[in-house]
Write a protein of this length. Structure first.
Length: 300
């Protein structure tokens, strides 16, 4: 009987050892999210020439935008990512070259979408990356500084004015996801670190005004982005999600007074002044839906 038991135990150990290598090789899921804007892409200076589809250099900079996103994707996989989801978040959200994009990533395109520039983030996401972002409205020494619609449009969350990066980070925070990396000019990098903490940032240009900036070479920008994304993801445990206290008071200053008047017709909206309204949302997801609705009505 003892010999039979010993034989059975030996057989079981052999079976376990046979399966151990496969188990050891199995990687823990690491889902990374990338949101890509264009104003903060290296080399971009103006909407007229580079950042709108009518611009004479748009196709070139859509390609460069895609290559910066590819650098971020590569950095994510360098850090152990098992899945990367990319959201095109500039203009009509149809800028990234789908053939040039790294084939390991999946892509979200076009509007409308309830989470706006952060569409696709959920509770399974481990880290968020913001590529090509820009400073908020009225920022000095910042390339193409604006918030969503520009020309005076501003957004506050619980009394704190935020750039578009802050909105994306707050939505990510709703799901417990930290933003770990941002690229753009030096001004949005500074704004992001003040708002989000010591995240990794890369300045692909040094802005000296609204248009003028000193640019890095595209290859250098991509090298720094890849390295920075890898560091950010590896440091994710030390970085905190940007969690806005609930309920969320969303304050919007419109570019046109009549838009504030119309928004104030909606239930739950309080008009604070000629061009400013406040909406109290249960969470950032609902705040984003309201913001997307009131900014998108004249767009589609």
């Amino acid at each position: 009987m003892t010999r039979h038991i010993a034989t059975a135990v030996a057989g079981l150990l052999t079976l376990l050892l046979a399966f151990a290598p496969a188990s050891a090789k199995k990687r823990k899921e690491l889902k990374v999210y990338i949101s890509a804007d264009m104003e903060g892409i290296g080399g971009v200076s103006t909407w007229k020439v580079q950042a709108t589809s009518e611009g004479r250099e748009f196709e070139k900079f859509a390609r460069l935008m895609t290559l910066e996103v590819n650098a971020a994707i590569a950095g994510a996989f360098d850090a152990g990512a098992t899945e990367v989801l990319v959201a095109d978040a500039h203009g009509d959200a149809q800028n990234l070259d789908v053939e040039l994009l790294d084939e390991r990533a999946r892509l979200i395109r076009a509007w409308p979408r309830p989470l706006g520039m952060a569409q696709g983030i959920d509770e399974t996401t481990a880290a968020a990356i913001l590529i090509g972002y820009h400073a908020g409205q009225d920022s000095p020494a910042a390339t193409l500084a604006h918030t969503i619609l520009g020309d005076g449009f501003k957004v506050k969350l619980n009394g704190t004015e935020v750039p578009e990066a802050g909105l994306a980070a707050a939505i990510a925070g709703d799901f417990g996801v930290p933003v770990v990396f941002l690229s753009g000019d030096q001004t949005i990098g500074e704004q992001a670190r003040r708002l989000l903490g010591p995240i990794e940032t890369v300045a692909v240009k040094q802005a000296s005004g609204f248009h003028a900036a000193t640019m890095l070479h595209p290859e250098e920008s991509r090298r720094l982005i890849r390295e920075g994304v890898k560091r950010g993801i590896e440091r994710r445990a030390s970085l905190q999600p940007y969690e806005v206290a609930q309920p969320v008071e969303l304050e919007i200053t419109f570019t046109k007074t009549v838009n504030a008047e119309l928004a104030a017709y909606l239930p739950g909206v309080k008009r604070l002044g000629g061009d400013t309204v406040r909406f109290t949302a249960e969470n950032m997801t609902d705040a984003s839906k309201f913001l997307e609705a009131v900014t998108g009505l004249n767009t589609y």
